[in-house]
Design a protein around this ligand. Structure first.
Ligand code: NDP
Length: 388
């Protein structure tokens, strides 16, 4: 039986992964090794019981008593805290889902790669902050990374059977987010509730705001560069309000392969879970006649400074991605707290990148995860101090 762990089981991606695992036979079909959560011990315990996991781990030590209580008599081990998370990620697996949000997702992902196992990667921060390190580790250990973000899964699928050297360009589609139809001059006035009203996808609050600001797409551009090894100028972004084409690959002969499907993360998760086999998945089937038309428009770089910043990060490479991500997190916190405006988020990231470019050798590749995490911490301090 395949040995599986899910890191970030209690989140949106984790719930969808759990749903698919249960539909595909649950504990009868897989050997569940570890399920981890942050604080939601009750939900984590339910999942651990349903999948008969070896161990359930909460990142927050304050949740351990509750977790123990919820799993009493089940025979499932319980643990909490940073060391317990590391121990869980060292348990041998064949496949693991990396769905912790934020920089906390880096460590378990790297541990899975060091095992030479398959990592289904949802955690965006991994490739943005430590892409070169993760890919080098995967290569050295014979591990595989399968993308879970819908855009990268689409690109991966469009590349099946193709030679990457025949790729001319990769076209990432973007919904344009909640504010896509607002006039540019009004964007500075956008409030939290405005940025949260995503037209197509139902996701967590932070990623929904990142979608409106295009920071989410900027992260995906950087991930694309790292994961598929293409040059920055081969990556394009196009606004596609219907979100039915999840991304496209253009080849040297002029052909474009597009991946279409319903806006349901269970497609990309299920593809990674079952790869290289395609299993039936419980996602809605597209009725293209009902859809009628698919529309596209070029992104206005003036509206979306995050896309320009992504180009600067790719030009610097090294630890610039760690700064970009950390500063973006702080900017997002400040926007959510009402301390800065919507358009100030990009200004804060740009200021932080400029400051740390002066203070450190940002372009130098990270030698270890510790380098990445140290830069993450420093960038958070600088971004918190920054004035916009
Ligand atoms: P959620 O916020 O819904 O879930 C995050 C998960 O991480 C939860 O299990 C949470 O636990 C856990 N967690 C939070 N903080 C920590 C921590 N410090 N240490 C360990 N675990 C922690 O996020 P999503 O599922 O939406 O996203 C997960 C990742 O996937 C992100 O990187 C996101 O960008 C990426 N992604 C998400 C997509 C989506 O559609 N949602 C699409 C593509 C990528 P708990 O809830 O118990 O506190």
């Amino acid at each position: 039986m395949r040995k599986i762990s899910v890191f970030g089981a209690t989140g949106s991606i984790g719930e969808n992964t759990f749903d698919l695992l249960m539909r595909q036979g649950g504990a009868e079909a897989v050997h569940m090794v570890a399920v981890t959560g942050g604080r939601n011990s009750r939900r984590l315990a339910d999942m651990a019981r349903a999948l008969r996991a070896e161990v359930a781990v909460c990142a927050d030590e304050g949740c351990l008593a509750d977790l123990k209580d919820a799993l009493a008599g089940s025979g499932i081990e319980t643990a909490a805290g940073a060391q317990a998370m590391r121990d869980a990620a060292d348990r041998p697996v064949d496949w693991a889902m990396s769905a912790i949000v934020g920089a906390a997702g880096l460590q378990p992902g790297m541990q899975v790669l060091r095992q030479g196992a398959t990592l289904a990667l949802a955690n965006k921060e991994s490739l943005v902050t430590a892409g070169q390190l993760m890919l080098a580790t995967a290569e050295a250990k014979g591990a595989r990374i399968l993308p879970v973000d819908s855009e990268h899964s689409a690109i991966f699928q469009a590349l099946t059977g193709e030679d990457i050297s025949a790729v001319e360009r990769i076209i990432l589609t973007a919904s344009g987010g909640a504010l896509r139809d607002w006039p540019t001059e009004r964007l500075a006035q956008a409030k939290l509730a405005d940025a949260l009203a995503h037209p197509n996808w139902s996701m967590g609050a932070r990623i929904t705001i990142d979608s409106a600001s295009m920071f989410n797409k900027a992260m995906e551009v950087i991930e694309t560069r790292e994961f598929f090894g293409v040059e920055p100028d081969q990556i394009e972004v196009i606004i596609h309000p219907e979100s039915l084409i999840h991304s496209m690959v253009g080849f040297h002969d002029g052909a474009i392969m597009a991946h279409l499907g319903a806006a349901d993360m269970r497609h990309a998760i299920g593809f990674a879970l079952n790869w290289p086999v395609r299993q039936p998945l419980p996602v809605a089937r597209l009725d293209l006649a009902a859809v009628g038309a698919l529309t596209f428009r070029a992104p206005d770089m003036g509206r979306f400074p995050a896309l320009r910043l992504a180009r600067e990060v790719m030009a610097q490479r090294g630890l610039a991605g760690a700064v970009f991500n950390a500063a973006k997190e702080i900017a997002l916190d400040k926007f959510i707290a009402g301390q800065i405006g919507f358009m100030d988020m990009a200004g804060l990231v740009e200021t932080t990148l400029a400051r740390l470019s002066g203070e450190t050798s940002l372009g130098k590749a990270a030698a270890s995860l510790d380098d990445v995490l140290a830069m993450d911490q420093l960038a958070r301090i600088r971004a918190s101090e920054a004035k916009v």
